[in-house]
Design a protein around this ligand. Structure first.
Ligand code: ZN
Length: 321
């Protein structure tokens, strides 16, 4: 694990953090005026390998920043909070050097972006053990994809878009079919939207609707691939290493965030929460009830495009807006 220190005075500026893969949607806007959740899990940080905005390439959860102070100033143009448009707005409490940019305006992921030129990593103990798949799927088995109001959470609409791009890229210019079931419930509509003509979204070069479709299926821990083998397997992505669940030769992997994957794989097996009180001790029920879905899922299309560009190579796609 690492602690980030101030280059000016050596002050520790963060809790001990473990590096995890950089979320493809980290710097992207979501919706219009939507109050956003924290991007990074507490205790983690991510580094953009090829930052478009060089000053902002190390991202942490705001609550993991220590020994810092927020610059109190008026940020013109940000309606619900600070969006960092005026540059670094967090200083080192030890020496006053500007060390980070706190972002908390609507439609932007809650995050603190460290200034690479103002901080340095220092080793702070051994790396966190890598969780095994059984522990991960157990942790995520009761994951809900919607918020308490029944609306799809931004995290999952972003992750859906990332996996959608992997599916489209893996199909290599052909349509994609998915079997009836939870995978179809999640991806059939977004796939149709991605391939719909006239298309204002990015598609792989050479895409032709008339080509033989590639078959996709869900696979991962405790869920073997069906036979005959599909062309593409939607498999969980490890949140610490970024590695997808391994697929056999000839089957391309379309990695999906493990929380979303577990939700699909445990479809129809929602775990009930035990309760106490006037109900019999052996009784179980959901409390609160699972959120009622009042609107459909809308993939975060910008995340789809950014991911597909990365998979295909910048500028290689057709139909880009
Ligand atoms: Zn300092």
């Amino acid at each position: 694990m690492e602690v980030f220190e101030c280059r000016g005075c050596g002050n520790a500026l963060t809790a001990p953090l473990s590096r995890v893969p950089y979320p493809a949607y980290a710097g992207l806007h979501y919706g219009n005026g939507y109050p956003m959740p924290v991007l990074m899990e507490s205790g983690t940080y991510a580094v953009e390998e090829h930052p478009a905005w060089a000053a902002r390439s190390i991202v942490i959860a705001p609550g993991d920043a220590y020994g810092t102070a927020l610059v109190q100033r008026r940020e013109n143009g940000a309606c619900c909070g600070i969006d960092g448009r005026n540059g670094p707005n967090v200083t080192c409490a030890g020496c006053g050097r500007k060390v980070a940019t706190r972002v908390d305006a609507c439609s932007l992921w809650q995050a603190t972006w460290l200034e690479p030129e103002a901080v340095r990593p220092a080793t702070a103990g051994p790396a966190r053990p890598v969780a095994d798949w059984a522990a991960l799927t157990r942790w995520w088995c009761a994951a809900e994809l919607r918020d308490s109001g029944g609306r799809w959470a931004p995290r999952w609409e972003a992750e859906l878009a990332v996996t959608l791009a992997h599916l489209v890229a893996a199909a290599d210019g052909a349509p994609v079919t998915v079997p009836d079931g939870p995978l179809a419930d999640a991806f059939r509509g977004p796939l149709a939207d991605a391939f719909r003509a006239p298309c204002d979204r990015m598609l792989p070069p050479g895409y032709a609707a008339g080509r033989p479709a590639r078959r996709a299926a869900l696979a991962g821990p405790g869920l073997a691939l069906p036979g005959p083998l599909p062309d593409i397997a939607v498999v969980p992505r490890h949140p610490q290493t970024g590695e997808p669940w391994p697929t056999p030769a000839g089957v391309a992997a379309a990695p999906l965030a493990v929380g979303y994957w577990t939700h699909l794989a445990h479809h129809g097996r929602h775990l009930a929460a035990p309760v106490t009180g006037r109900l019999p001790a052996q009784a179980e029920r959901d409390d609160p009830l699972p959120p009622y879905a009042w609107c459909g899922v809308e993939p975060m299309w910008r995340a789809y495009q950014v991911t597909l560009e990365g998979l295909l190579g910048a500028g290689a796609g057709a139909g880009a807006p």
